[in-house]
Design a protein around this ligand. Structure first.
Ligand code: 5RP
Length: 296
């Protein structure tokens, strides 16, 4: 291991130079992967735009039924059409999402703690690879807590998923968690996203931060940005816009969609930003237009 003392901070991210190993494939860092991986990544990332709108509704795996997710069976049918990929647990998807939707699935494959505990950072890979195969998962999502108590076990879990996923050509999405003691600094996200990419994940889910362009530039696989806690619709669309402008390959949004006053209009507005080049203001106007028509 390199000597930590005297380590110089990275500073030359060449943000204005496109990724060099793109080849003819539309997903960053994936041009050397095999057919099965590319097929699954193409289900997540639209081949026409290279981007994705993931709908995250896996919150129940550690917090039970939260606002907006009380009835998955009623919610998901309203939103699935406008999502490229559904991120959920096997229990939620098997019970409440019709298989006929034929949507890309980012299967939540790690867990280990609940909101009844103070420290949520202990997770391991709990879903067998056979389950991911049987559910035709397009990716397995594993939460990692870099810099927290659970760092070692979650690093092991994400590496386990990468090993098993490589065997069957199922991509792994490493999810950067920010626990209560972890700062949301550029330095932290540079570290965590790059570590996950070096472990071999094919997708990294992270949070937006200052100098996000640097984080995206230093990460050789696509970043999808988490929505985070509910904010006004306009602000959530600004988050999506800045993420895409900063080099993200999409968003993986939960509460800012399903807790919106109009979840259907909101996911469509997010899609306008991600796939159609709308600015945040244009997308917000779209949201208002649709909402005026559909909400009494
Ligand atoms: C947590 C997750 C969740 O799916 C995600 O963070 C929830 O989405 P949002 O923050 O947009 O509600 O990956 O580990």
């Amino acid at each position: 291991m390199a000597d930590n003392v005297g380590n110089k901070d990275a500073k030359n991210f060449a943000e204005d130079i496109p990724f060099a190993n793109e080849g003819s494939f539309h997903v960053k860092g994936a041009s050397n992967l095999d057919w099965g991986m590319k097929d699954r990544l193409s289900r997540i990332f639209n081949p026409k735009t290279g981007k994705t709108v993931m709908l995250a509704f896996d919150h129940g795996y550690f917090m039970g039924p939260t606002s907006g997710l009380e009835r998955l069976d009623l919610l998901i049918p309203k939103l699935a059409n406008d999502a490229d990929c559904l991120m959920g647990t096997r229990g939620a998807i098997r019970s409440s999402v019709p298989a006929t939707y034929n949507k890309a699935i980012a299967l939540r494959a790690s867990s280990g703690s609940s909101i009844l505990e103070d420290d949520l950072s202990h997770e391991s890979m709990v879903v067998d690879i056979e389950e991911a195969i049987k559910m035709n998962a397009s990716a397995m999502a594993i939460q990692t807590f870099i810099g927290a108590d659970g760092q070692k076990e979650t690093i092991e879990a994400v590496n386990q998923a990468v090993n098993l996923g490589s065997r069957y050509s199922i991509p792994t999405m490493g999810v950067v968690a920010v626990g209560k003691e972890m700062e949301r600094t550029t330095k932290f996200f540079l570290l965590a996203t790059r570590m996950l990419a070096e472990f071999g994940v094919q997708i990294v889910k992270t949070y937006y931060c200052e100098d996000f362009e640097k984080v995206a530039s230093a990460c050789p696989v696509p970043l999808v940005v988490a929505g985070g806690k509910k904010v006004p619709e306009k602000d959530a669309l600004t988050l999506a816009y800045r993420s895409i402008q900063g080099g993200a390959a999409g968003v993986d949004m939960g509460r800012n969609i399903f807790q919106s006053q109009n979840p259907e209009a909101m996911i469509q507005a997010v899609g306008k930003v991600v796939h159609e080049g709308f600015t945040d203001l244009e997308a917000y106007e779209f949201y208002l237009d649709v909402t005026n028509v559909t909400v009494s």
